[in-house]
Design a protein around this ligand. Structure first.
Ligand code: GCU
Length: 677
């Protein structure tokens, strides 16, 4: 069935002309496989060629016809004889080159390590899948980011926090004895886009994960993932020494606690020798942490770092912190708590920062921590699962948004220091680099809850490999592999994806508005939400609409959060005249009759944008309707039905938001705008 299970690794037969040109170039194969990773690489190659070309290359030792030669200089003697430019590659990098061998045209896929070879094979298959020329192929790929990780927010009962694609893939009940074949397909999919680490468990961690029976289960998963270059990480609940260790305290300064974590780390490494390390959420949203004992984030992180250090492990400490005791603008808390700790973390600690300072909103300015911690490697945390963006049913291509954030200029220490360059270590010489994405993967047949959600997983992985890539190019790659290479299909679908992020911002939170979703579930409009346990879980806290205007004043006259940015950025965001309009109400409280760039007053502009968002979704529906001839009925139908849901809910957002804000603005709908249907 065309249910999307195969993701972008479909390997359907190419059209005859394409097939012939590739088949002619791949008649023989020289590829010894002395390791499980090389076996996986070869399996994938044969699976791909079989599907795409209906041809298996003949395995040979010496080339006598156009051939593929694949491996490392160690695994393949043919490769050792050429200077292929492998020297400068980062770990897991690879090259694909054209070289004559024995007078025959040969494509060489080579790397310094076996995982690089596997990645090179996936890249080569992608060249065929997207029907690119092979003639003078000359590819050098070297990742700019060392750790490219998925964060699963998966609970041990298999529910997934903020997951909209079914239940957790990890079948703890049947592990370690039954290995669902899906684990291998998961690893293949991730390896195909360069993801090399996975955190199996929720940041709101359950200490039970760190008990021996569960470690044995995690080890079974690690064994499946290892050939694909994927290292397993786990979340560590800070209070585990009390909860499962029988200690009275989890104080990181307590020698007994330190000892407990050292022993626990040693135990974990007995189960999983190449265990990646711990991801920790501490002192945030009520989770336990070092501050419970009057210690700092650095004290907590360093204790864990010391425990995993002898085994080569890493601690990834999250900067997503806020607490009810803190009455100040929530956007400021992470910066305030972490900047003073710069330089105080062990060298095997990374601090993982969400892309923005609030919480995965449809659009946020980049987090002011990026660039502000020159002595502490900072990792990016993107959300792939669409907690605040309509869950899986709304078609929103996040690649465009990731790119927007990665290209933002922090101006720290100077112009050109983009978020991407902070992350890849080039600005501050970070010894460690990482990009994480909160996974959108579950037990749904299509993995991600919707066909187009797969594109967000795909784009995330490719951008984690190289944050300088263009999200539009990635959309095109994905469309070609997932659906069709027909330009009559590719062009409109890519265009639709590229405008989809702006559309959701328009119909949910235009002009820098944020956190207006229903409380708790975060689905659907709730700009009226007030009261409850804490101010910053309400929408009125964020939009601050009143008779005069709307928006959160984060300038000097307000919370002054803007001062956390480098001076040139702060000057721009803090200036009503210069702030990019997409962040207008993020930083400013603006009168309803303020003249926006379009010439419309703010109220009219707000209505205009809400309306434009709905209109864009309608256009997307129209585009997709016209593309039925290019897609199997099953996937076409699913996407069309979801777009209908999206349209319905975009209207819901538009109408509810306009009606609610109108109670403050007391202004009529601008001429030409229909009243709510
Ligand atoms: C958001 C989300 C929570 C999650 C938290 C986090 O607040 O709603 O479910 O636990 O982020 O990232 O820690």
């Amino acid at each position: 069935a065309e249910d999307g299970y195969e993701l972008w690794l479909r390997y359907r037969p190419l059209p005859a002309d394409q097939r012939d040109r590739y088949a002619g170039a791949t008649t023989q194969l020289v590829m010894p496989t002395p390791s499980p990773t090389l076996v996986a690489a070869k399996d994938e190659l044969l699976r791909g060629l079989n599907g795409l070309l209906s041809q298996q290359p003949a395995a040979v030792e010496s080339v006598s016809a156009p051939a593929l030669v694949i491996g490392t200089p160690q695994s393949n003697a043919q490769i050792a004889q050429f200077d292929l430019g492998l020297k400068g590659l980062a770990a897991q990098g690879y090259v694909i080159r054209h070289r004559p061998i024995n007078g025959q045209a040969t494509v060489i896929i080579a790397a310094n390590d076996d995982v690089g070879v596997l990645y090179g094979v996936f890249h080569f298959l992608r060249v065929l899948q997207t029907q690119q020329p092979l003639g003078n192929i000359n590819i050098t790929e070297s990742s700019r980011i060392q750790l490219r990780m998925l964060n699963h927010w998966d609970n041990l009962d298999r529910t997934v926090e903020r997951g909209y694609a079914g239940f957790s893939l990890w079948d703890w009940h049947k592990l370690p004895d039954y290995l669902d074949p899906r684990y291998t397909d998961y690893a293949r999919a991730n390896a195909s886009i360069g993801i090399n680490a996975t955190v199996l468990t929720n940041v709101n961690a359950n200490a039970t994960m760190l008990t021996a029976p569960y470690l044995e289960k995690a080890a079974a998963l690690a064994n499946v993932f290892r050939p694909y270059g994927i290292r397993v990480f786990l979340t560590a609940r800070f209070s585990a020494p009390v909860e499962i260790g029988g200690l009275k305290t989890a104080d990181p300064a307590d020698p007994g606690v330190q000892q407990w974590w050292k022993a626990k780390a040693a135990e974990v490494y007995k189960f999983i020798p190449d265990f990646g390390g711990f991801l920790v959420k501490a002192n945030s949203e009520g989770q336990p942490g070092p501050q419970d004992y009057g210690r700092t984030h650095a004290d907590g992180a360093n204790m864990l770092a010391d425990a995993v250090k002898p085994f080569g492990g890493t601690v990834i400490w999250r900067a997503f912190v806020y607490s009810h005791e803190q009455p100040d603008d929530r956007a400021k808390q992470a910066y305030d708590e972490f900047v003073p700790l710069d330089g105080k973390f062990r060298d095997n600690v990374l601090v993982q920062v969400k892309n923005g300072a609030i919480d995965f909103q449809p659009r946020e300015p980049f987090h002011p921590l990026f660039g502000a911690m020159p002595k502490t490697p900072l990792a990016m945390e993107f959300q792939i699962t669409k907690e605040y963006l309509g869950f899986a049913t709304h078609l929103v291509y996040l690649g465009a948004f990731y790119e927007e954030v990665l290209r933002a200029d922090t101006y720290r220490p100077r112009q050109g220091s983009t978020v991407a360059k902070i992350l890849d270590g080039s600005v501050h010489n970070y010894a460690r680099t990482a990009i994480a994405g909160v996974a959108n993967i579950g037990t749904d047949r299509n993995w991600s809850g919707a066909q187009f959600e797969q594109a967000n997983w795909y784009a995330f992985g490719r951008l984690a490999w190289n944050p300088m890539l263009s999200s539009k190019d990635l959309a095109e790659e994905w469309v070609r592999m997932t659906f069709s290479n027909d330009p009559q299909f590719v062009k409109p679908v890519v265009a639709m994806m590229m405008k989809s992020h702006e559309a959701v911002v328009d119909y949910m939170t235009p002009l820098g508005l944020h956190h207006l979703m229903g409380r708790g579930h975060h689905y659907g409009p709730g700009p009226w939400v007030e009261g409850g346990p804490r101010a910053d879980w309400t929408s009125v806290y964020y939009h601050r609409a009143d008779a005069n205007g709307i928006g959160f004043d984060r300038t000097k006259t307000g919370s002054n959060a803007v001062a956390q940015y480098a001076p040139p950025v702060a000057a721009q965001f803090g200036d009503l005249k210069r702030v990019p309009e997409q962040f207008l109400l993020w930083f400013h409280h603006v009168p309803w009759d303020y003249r926006t760039k379009s010439g419309r007053i703010l109220w009219d502009e707000l209505v205009y944008r809400y309306t434009r968002g709905v209109d864009t979704v309608r256009e997307m529906e129209g585009t997709w309707q016209g593309l039925a001839p290019f897609v199997d009925a099953e996937r076409h139908h699913e996407v069309a039905a979801f777009l209908k849901i999206q349209e319905k809910e975009a209207k819901w957002w538009r109408d509810a938001s306009i009606a609610y804000f109108q109670t403050f603005s007391k202004r009529p709908l601008p001429a030409g705008f229909a009243p709510p249907e």
